[in-house]
Design a binder for this molecule. Sequence first.
Ligand code: AMP
Ligand code: GLY
Length: 419
Amino acid sequence: MLGGGGREHALAWKLAQSPSLTQLFAAPGNPGIAEDAELVALDIGDHGAVAHFCATNGIDLVVVGPEAPLVDGLADSLRAKGFAVFGPSQTAAQLEGSKGFTKDLCERAGIPTGAYVRTTSLQEADRALHRFSAPYVLKADGLAAGKGVVIAEAIEQAEIALADMFGGQFGEAGAEVVIEEYLEGEEASFFALTDGETILPFGTAQDHKRVGEGDVGPNTGGMGAYSPAPVLTEALQARVIEEIIKPTVETMRAEGMPYSGVLYAGLMLTADGPKLIEYNCRFGDPECQVLMMRFQGDLAALMLACAKGELAGIDAAFAEDTALTVVMAAKGYPGTPEKGGAIDLGAAEAEGAKVFHAGTAVRDGALVANGGRVLNVTAIGANVTEAQAAAYGAVDAVRFESGFCRRDIGWREVERESS
Ligand code: AMP
Ligand code: GLY
């Protein structure tokens, strides 16, 4: 398993419980993952080094957690050497690696999404801007660590953002900018595993991207999440599969770039039905943590089947309970987080909660903060209200003085459940 954040801790934790698993290695991993896997110091950007490790250790399956190595073609390099990989090829990973690629695919396949224009110069972008109305949605085409999206209320603000993007703010990722229609509605995430042909629905979630309570302030990688997302009713999920996931998987296959791995659809539930905001070519972080709390089955066997194109006839079962995770971040996040703050997990896990490590390190034998998002305190309950109470009960057992968290994760659903 490759990666070292909270998403990867959740994957390693579930993989370690797989009856079919013989041995689990993780690179680079983190102190939480070390409880579930043997950590290996490997540069996952070095494809040759990863392949060499796989060959000398008889690895049957490589699970790639984050998007960057996939967009960088790591899955192709490993498959070329005969290894099974959970994660898409470089070509297929363009679904996350290029916003323009995905928009064009939606257009070819008739997938509902916002209107858009791809632009490759500031001049062209400024002209295109006038075809849209406020709020303006501007996106650097390539991977920008979740920071490449600007939503501008006024056209002057949009023009400044465009100048920054074309000025190199996001490096190569901003050499092309997509301008798109602002979609109105509630956001939700839908996950599916696919081997390029078979589609296996793999749960729903909602996250909280803004740093502040009430969903205000700067965007983050996600301050908390819960699964399932009741707003994605059975009927809506059926539409998402029919109108968005199926045409994507079919078009990718038909055009010679079959998609294999997890397909994570970021959706806007608009008055006209679900529309695609974006695709990710990996699990969400922290959405993965809540999915893994609920997943019931042999994850290693399922991922291997996916990697080998053998998903047909396989089911995925999830607990009906709700899982909710609260991100404990280091003060300063999403700006410059304080590093090195002491962490004492206390009795946080005593009542059945699970604390996934996202950005921790061990220094002189003690657990300390080593990143923006540090811990994902995750619990289960009969509904969001109960899962939220259990998660915050565990949060309150953690001592992390240089950390903070939102106290309102799940608020939308808690309000709906109490009305
Ligand atoms: P991303 O970093 O691509 O996940 O986008 C960040 C956030 O921007 C999304 O989660 C949405 O809240 C918002 N967003 C992106 N595209 C649109 C859009 N077309 N309309 C409204 N909101 C959007
Ligand atoms: N939590 C959002 C993401 O993983 O993209």
